[in-house]
Design a protein around this ligand. Structure first.
Ligand code: NAP
Length: 323
């Protein structure tokens, strides 16, 4: 099947491709890898690219997208590009300048989706992760409804086609949905989601409000990242996933991606490796049985790789809620 046709309609009428290419890599990875990997991803059929100001690679990712437009592989409207508003820019007056900065780095006229990276606001300034002398994060205090109103203005100004959130729990989503004078609902909530943290309650909540759940760390995250809790088991070595993969003559990674597609979740897959970038496109080439899906659902154990422990004292820290 043509992967380009595998899209989901968002609540604002735009479409998001169900498979997205993740571009986050730890700081020590040269940014040129994001450029080459994104180009290849588009060549092999990815039509959805996920990045963020925080990843410090929007220059390279934008360059990759523009080069694939220039050589005729795609048109701008064929590629769905997501950027994210970092935590130090949640004050409403900082939102539009932050998006404009991303657009400048990307050298694009608009993004397809702009999302609040996390509800945990941090002190504005040049540092991505502002800390005090004792190494504690310096929080900011921002009403997320005011941040949301600034995002709505960015959509109206044509800087982004759609707006959404990331790492929100259902209460934070509810707060936006119940905001007096709400103009646009969030189209998505991008959260960590994989067989060890399948987010079934949050997924049900999102579906009931026509909000798409976008899964990150769907392959179990990059265990080397500074943001990741290193003490958890490796998802792709799970015996149940491995047995299902063997039965279908696929890899555990493809089973983990396919699981999300079949439960109506838009899924991101990061790889900077040529073979694995191509492999991940094969998610559309096979189907899991209802028994496979049930067995994978049974793996849920509330393992959160990106637990953002440093943010726990913040009033909007999202992961203390059950979902
Ligand atoms: P992920 O997609 O779970 O991937 C984890 C690792 O799996 C990668 O490092 C990759 O290594 C490896 N991999 C990829 N394909 C594979 C395959 N077919 N077989 C075996 N291994 C494979 O990682 P993630 O980066 O944590 O999450 C994905 C994306 O979600 C990110 O890149 C980013 O765009 C987004 N994200 C968003 C948030 C947020 O707060 N909103 C947080 C985290 C991530 P190789 O590169 O070596 O192949």
């Amino acid at each position: 099947m043509d992967p380009k046709s595998q899209r989901v309609k968002l609540n604002d009428g735009h479409f998001i491709p169900v498979l997205g290419f993740g571009t986050y890599a730890p700081e020590e990875v040269p940014k040129s890898e994001a450029l080459e990997a994104t180009k290849l991803a588009i060549e092999v059929g990815f039509r959805h690219v996920d990045s963020a100001h925080l990843y410090q690679n929007e220059e390279q990712v934008g360059q990759a997208i523009r080069s694939k437009i220039a050589d005729g592989t795609v048109k701008r409207e064929d590629v769905f590009y997501t950027s994210k508003l970092w935590c130090t820019s949640l004050r409403p007056e900082l939102v539009r300048p932050a998006l404009e900065k991303s657009l400048k780095n990307l050298q694009l006229d608009y993004v397809d989706l702009y999302i609040i990276h996390s509800p945990v606001s941090l002190k504005p300034g040049n540092r991505f992760v502002p800390k005090d002398e004792s190494g504690k994060l310096i929080f900011d205090s921002v009403d997320l409804c005011h941040t949301w109103e600034a995002l709505e203005k960015c959509k109206d100004a044509g800087l982004t086609k759609s707006i959404g959130v990331s790492n929100f729990n259902h209460k934070q989503l509810e707060k936006i949905l119940n905001k007096p004078g709400l103009k646009y609902k969030p189209v998505c909530n991008q959260v960590e989601c994989h067989p060890y943290l399948n987010q079934s309650k949050l997924l049900e909540f999102c579906k009931s409000h026509d909000i798409v759940l976008v899964a990150y760390a769907a392959l179990g995250s990059q265990l080397l990242s500074e943001w990741v809790n290193q003490n958890h088991p490796v998802l792709l070595e799970d015996p149940v996933l491995c047995a299902i993969a063997k039965k279908h003559k696929q890899t555990p990674a493809l089973v983990a991606l396919r699981y999300q597609v079949q439960r109506g979740v838009v899924v991101l897959a990061k790889s900077f490796n040529k073979k694995r970038i191509k492999e991940n496109m094969q998610v559309f080439d096979f189907e899991l049985t209802p028994e496979d899906m049930k067995a994978i659902n049974g793996l849920n154990r509330n393992i959160r790789y990106y637990d953002f422990q440093q943010g726990t004292g913040h009033p909007e820290y999202p992961f203390s809620e059950e979902y």
